[in-house]
Ligand binder design. Structure first.
Ligand code: 13P
Length: 251
């Protein structure tokens, strides 16, 4: 059966020393009080090699927030999936709405990134979600269905390694969370798309996380939904008390 996962996305926050301190503090908190779900922290590239050795890999997985859509070579400033994996990281966030909006990541580019991540044994945390105008026009289902094209060219075996994250753009960093009903409705729809493509068993084994202003105060009611298998957490992943409060929603 699918896993419950709480993953943090640090975004472009914390310098190296601050990031190390945050990872250490989280590691200590979870060693003292074992989580009831998988926990992942996705950090800026620069932190990965320092953070992987200081967290207990049996309790906390580490991931990047992006990787290149090319294998290697003359792509100044890019970081490949192989480089990410060589730090000991096991995950990579791909398709975050901020990357789609600010860095022009398309369905096709993301398809390449997903393939390269999997070829390097990284588990993609693949993000989908609609913007406010699309929600207001009731177009959220068609938007997420179109975004899923980046992962629907995978074999069933490879798709089985993908974690999905539904993040309505209007809920990210806004304090405006999707209601548990809104989250359940679209998560069930996303799972139905997976079932249509790969069959019910693969769909039942796919973890679908919710992201967007998730906090300790709303995590429990969001995660209580049958098709919400955890969260992808931005702002609240930057303090151990908040992040652990969300992790504890599974207790
Ligand atoms: P916030 O939790 O800050 O709304 O961010 C969500 C997010 O974008 C996680 O990837």
């Amino acid at each position: 059966m699918r896993k419950n996962i709480v993953a943090g996305n640090w975004k472009m926050n914390k310098n190296l020393q601050e990031g190390i301190a945050l990872a250490k503090e989280l590691n200590e908190a979870l060693a003292a009080d074992k989580p009831n779900c998988d926990v992942v922290i996705c950090t800026p590239f620069i932190h990965l090699a320092s953070v992987t050795p200081i967290v207990d890999s049996a309790v906390i997985g580490v991931g990047a927030e992006n990787c290149a859509d090319k294998v290697s070579g003359a792509y100044t400033g890019e970081v490949s999936a192989e480089m990410v994996a060589s730090t000991g990281a096991q995950y990579v966030i791909l398709g975050h709405s901020e990357r789609r909006a600010y860095y022009g990541e398309t369905v096709e580019i993301l398809e390449e990134k997903v393939k390269l991540a999997l070829a390097n044994n990284l588990k993609p945390i693949f993000c989908i979600g609609e913007v406010l105008e699309e929600r207001e026009a009731n177009k959220q289902n068609e938007v997420v269905a179109a975004q899923m094209a980046s992962v629907f060219s995978l074999s069933a075996e490879d798709f089985g390694k993908v974690i999905l994250a539904y993040e309505p753009v209007w809920a990210i960093g806004t304090g405006k969370t999707a209601t548990p009903e809104q989250a359940q409705e679209i998560h069930a729809y996303i799972r139905s798309l997976v079932a249509e493509k790969y069959g019910q068993e693969v769909a039942d084994n796919t973890s679908i996380l919710y992201g967007g202003s998730c906090k300790p105060s709303n995590a429990k009611e969001l995660f209580a939904n049958p098709d919400v298998d955890g969260g992808l957490i931005g702002g609240a992943a930057l303090q151990v008390a908040d992040f652990k409060g969300i992790i504890d929603a599974f207790k």
